[in-house]
Design a protein around this ligand. Sequence first.
Ligand SMILES: CC(C)(COP(=O)(O)OP(=O)(O)OC[C@H]1O[C@@H](n2cnc3c(N)ncnc32)[C@H](O)[C@@H]1OP(=O)(O)O)[C@@H](O)C(=O)NCCC(=O)NCCS
Length: 167
Amino acid sequence: MVKIRPFESADAGKLAELCNNKKIFDNLRDYIPYPYTLQDARDFINHCQVHDPPMNYAILHGDELCGAIGLVPQTDVYTGSAEIGYWLGEPYWGKGIMTRAVRLMVSYGFEKLDLRRIFTSVFAHNPASARVLEKAGFQFEGTGRKAVIKNGIVRDELRYAILKTTS
Ligand SMILES: CC(C)(COP(=O)(O)OP(=O)(O)OC[C@H]1O[C@@H](n2cnc3c(N)ncnc32)[C@H](O)[C@@H]1OP(=O)(O)O)[C@@H](O)C(=O)NCCC(=O)NCCS
């Protein structure tokens, strides 16, 4: 059973324990630090609590916190579109959890936030994340060639998006 709920202050310890993992850092943007400390987790949770409605959610497997998922609403001509981002603690990989969490977050974005488009970019060396998006109904929109630099290496990124309606 996969659920999402807003973060609570008491989540900080488990969040820090799970996110302090180089394999997670290697697939995320650099603003998420590594090592990832308890203070980083507390700061993140405080930041999450500023938004109403919430934009970042804890992912629960049963009653266990196992990861995080969030939306970044866009502005200006991109209003109505939001970028989705997510990570899962390594002990929980390969169980279909993130596919279900992405579906829940997409429903939230379309039904509660009235978004028309949700998109993200995946580093080309992360086929598991691309597969999650495909299973959750996202379409591949193209490759950003040499779009990112991570750990000092220039890489391509894969752009995926899902629309509220296809018309
Ligand atoms: C990527 C990540 C979110 C996947 O979460 P998960 O819950 O394990 O994903 P799921 O179990 O729902 O689905 C994973 C799919 O990828 C597939 N997969 C896993 N490793 C793969 C690989 N090396 N190549 C191709 N497919 C792969 C799995 O087989 C599965 O597909 P299937 O159901 O068709 O068999 C998780 O590993 C993670 O958080 N990684 C680190 C952070 C990260 O990458 N965040 C996303 C940034 S865009």
